[in-house]
Design a protein around this ligand. Structure first.
Ligand code: GRF
Length: 212
């Protein structure tokens, strides 16, 4: 059977991308990372991609000034590489509506909180962890979800929680959550590669593993 071809969209360090690359390299993830798209040309994730022989492209505003051009080039690359699944791993731009419509239930995102807490407009990067710190939550976590037109509101695939200690700084909360993310994202991608997810009324059913 041919491997699921994925595109990973990034904007920064790409540690979640690295978790996926590691999964492929140690044969625990039955996928092919065929394409990396970055919204910034200085994203370290692009170097990770190139070092692993993956087509890695920056579609930043400097290179392509208008959003229409970004969308057109994005679509062209996705089609050229026959992408089955788009993984947003720290991608800080909105995905064009046309691409969301074309790839319904074939785009996933990792968010560094337990959605619906600290999610939606304005909750990205360190802001999420600062908000969790300020609210004094005792648990935070990570969520992988399908992407729809509403920010952070698509069907939830997987969530995992981590204890927050009173002494944890926002930076320490971020580190705890990132550690979870590196396990959760490959897990979600694997479930999709194995065809084990079904979306029913905005909820995700996870089918149990087929025993061989
Ligand atoms: C992660 O916390 C992810 O949840 C968020 O952005 C961060 C990206 O980190 N959307 P990295 O680039 O994968 O290291």
């Amino acid at each position: 059977m041919s491997r699921l071809r994925i595109a990973v969209f990034i904007s920064g360090g790409g540690s979640n991308l690295q978790a996926l690359i590691d999964g492929v390299n140690n044969n625990t993830l039955p996928i092919e990372i065929a394409l990396i798209i970055s919204s910034r040309s200085d994203a370290y994730g692009l170097i990770r991609g190139k070092e692993n022989g993956i087509k890695s492209i920056a579609l930043d505003k400097k290179a392509l000034p208008s959003q229409v051009e970004v969308k057109t080039e994005m679509l062209r690359l996705l089609e050229e590489e026959n992408i089955d699944l788009i993984v947003l791993a720290g991608y800080l731009q909105l995905i064009p509506k046309e691409i969301i419509a074309k790839y319904t239930n074939r785009i996933i995102n990792i968010h560094p909180s337990l959605i619906p807490s600290f999610s939606g407009k304005g909750y990205y990067g360190e802001r999420v962890h600062e908000a969790a710190y300020n609210r004094g939550v005792k648990l935070s976590g990570a969520t992988v979800h399908f992407v729809n037109e509403e920010m952070d509101a698509g069907p939830i695939i997987l969530q995992q929680a981590v204890d927050i200690d009173y002494t944890d700084t926002p930076k320490e909360i971020q580190e705890k959550v990132l550690c979870l993310e590196h396990k959760l994202l490959p897990m979600a991608v694997k479930l999709i590669a194995e065809g084990r997810l079904r979306v029913v009324n905005n909820r995700v059913e996870i089918k149990s593993e087929v025993q061989s």
